[in-house]
Design a protein around this ligand. Structure first.
Ligand SMILES: Cc1ncc(COP(=O)(O)O)c(C=O)c1O
Length: 450
């Protein structure tokens, strides 16, 4: 069929035949049909150009239109487009990728299982944790603790681990055995009155929850090094060290969800590196292929891998596309870009400079409560009242208004109600980053006055 040409006509046809992630008819009506990407820019069907302020979904970290990735996919597809990765079968790109990851991720993690994305990775880690404790002779250790405002995907177990409550109501009942502790959010977590550390107090929430659940029943704690979709929430410097101690004390596996933070976004290759601790399990997706093709995975410590490989009962967990040769070939080409162009270094220096400029431009605004970030991921939190940190009423529709005002100025990003999320490709030019700061400021003034 000849597709219509305009954005509006394409959207109309789309609406007749497609359901989208987070589908909502009203939002859909204002949607864009993307036709081209180049560097840090996206183009819609009407030929309008937008700065990609979120690397699409935090994933296109190396920028759009990378010929190296297309070439890697073409080369692998021509040779072997697919083969089974089930036990008894493997392929060269998957083997090479797993070996290369073992040199890049935390030193204690050398074994990997590949998935097609983040949600599948969360489910896989939950199943690894349960399997591990069963093999260890502690089958009662099955529970999962997560955090409020965390996002771990929407496959069913991942949805239960996710702590953004809006994802739950229409799919209840959730799986039993999942609970959440407060986010350590430095802007909102109460400051201890005795002057002790806010980060330690927030981490101690985990100990309280483990004791409440019964340590003998808790399998794992899952956390993003920087909460992403929940509103870009970096933690206090002492938080994760205390979390590691608590997990060790109560035999709870620490799972790092590095789906956004992995491969450079925080300014380091992985998000927990700066805290001097290592997780027992980690998961990744998104930037490992810079979004060019679906791929995710989990990594496990040698001890956990040994438990799986030495088990007499097989690990009955499987995805058709685990270790897909084309995805793995594209991942290897992406890792070349990440290393050759020092994307983590670019995220650190450009991201820090952008954070300073966001502070200079926005801190004085009467409704900008908090500007924060690590590397190339920033959050701008809007409040009704700076003293009380109270948010605008939901009826005001702040998120939708800000999104429209930002889009109208040629910048694409996502707003979590009151928090503007900023996460452009890690190699975005500084002049474009400056332009983005101006757009955020103008859009906020447009919606809320100066
Ligand atoms: C931290 C984190 N974990 C998991 C996921 C889920 O990934 P996917 O959408 O590929 O299932 C996301 C997606 O944004 C994420 O940000």
């Amino acid at each position: 069929m000849n597709l219509p040409l305009t954005n509006a006509a394409l959207l109309e046809l789309d609406h007749q035949h497609m359901i989208h992630p987070l589908h909502h008819t009203e939002t859909h009506a204002k949607g864009r049909v993307w036709v081209r990407g180049e560097g840090s820019f996206l183009y819609d069907a009407d030929g309008r150009k937008y700065i990609d302020g979120l690397s699409c979904l935090w994933n296109v970290s190396a920028g759009h239109g990378r010929q190296e990735l297309a070439d890697a996919a073409w080369k692998q597809m021509s040779q072997l487009a697919f083969s089974s990765g089930y036990t008894g079968g493997s392929n060269k790109p998957a083997i090479e990728l797993a070996e290369r990851l073992s040199t890049l991720v935390y030193p204690g993690i050398n074994t990997f299982y590949f998935t097609s994305g983040g949600g599948e990775s969360t489910d896989s880690n939950i199943k690894v944790a349960r399997f591990y404790w069963k093999v260890k002779g502690r089958p009662e250790k099955t529970k999962v603790i997560g955090r409020n405002w965390s996002y771990h995907g929407t496959t069913f177990a991942a949805m239960c681990a996710t702590g953004i409550k809006a994802y739950w109501p229409m799919f209840e009942p959730r799986i039993p055995g999942f609970s959440h502790i407060p986010s350590p959010d430095p802007y909102h977590y109460p400051m201890p009155e005795d002057g002790s550390s806010q980060g330690i107090a927030a981490a101690n929430e985990l100990e309280k929850e483990i004791l409440r659940q019964g340590p003998e029943t808790v399998a794992m704690f899952i956390a993003e090094p920087v909460q992403g979709g929940g509103g870009v929430i970096p933690v206090q410097p002492d938080y994760f060290k205390r979390i590691r101690e608590i997990c060790d004390q109560y035999d709870v596996l620490l799972v790092a969800d590095e789906v956004i933070t992995g491969f450079g976004r925080t300014g380091q290759m992985f998000g927990l590196e700066r805290y001097g601790i290592e997780p027992d399990l980690m998961q990744f997706a998104k930037s490992i292929t810079s979004g060019a093709i679906p791929l995710g995975g989990i990594g496990m410590t040698d001890e956990i891998a040994e438990t799986i490989t030495s088990s007499k009962t097989p690990w009955m967990h499987s995805y058709t596309y685990s270790g897909h040769p084309v995805s793995c070939a594209v991942a290897l080409a992406t890792l070349d870009i990440i290393e050759n162009e020092d994307l983590p270094g670019q995220a650190a220096t450009k991201g820090e400079a952008m954070l300073q400029k966001l502070h200079e431009a926005l801190d004085d605004h009467p409704h900008v409560g908090n500007v924060r970030g690590t590397g190339m991921m920033h959050g701008i939190e809007i409040v009704k009242d700076k003293q009380t940190k109270e948010w605008f009423d939901a009826d005001f529709g702040l998120g939708a208004k800000l999104t429209q005002a930002i889009m109208a100025r040629g910048l694409y990003t996502r707003v979590r109600n009151e928090i503007i999320c900023n996460a452009p490709p890690l190699n975005t030019d500084e002049s474009v980053l400056d332009q983005m700061v101006d757009i955020y400021k103008d859009a906020i003034i447009d919606v809320l006055g100066s």
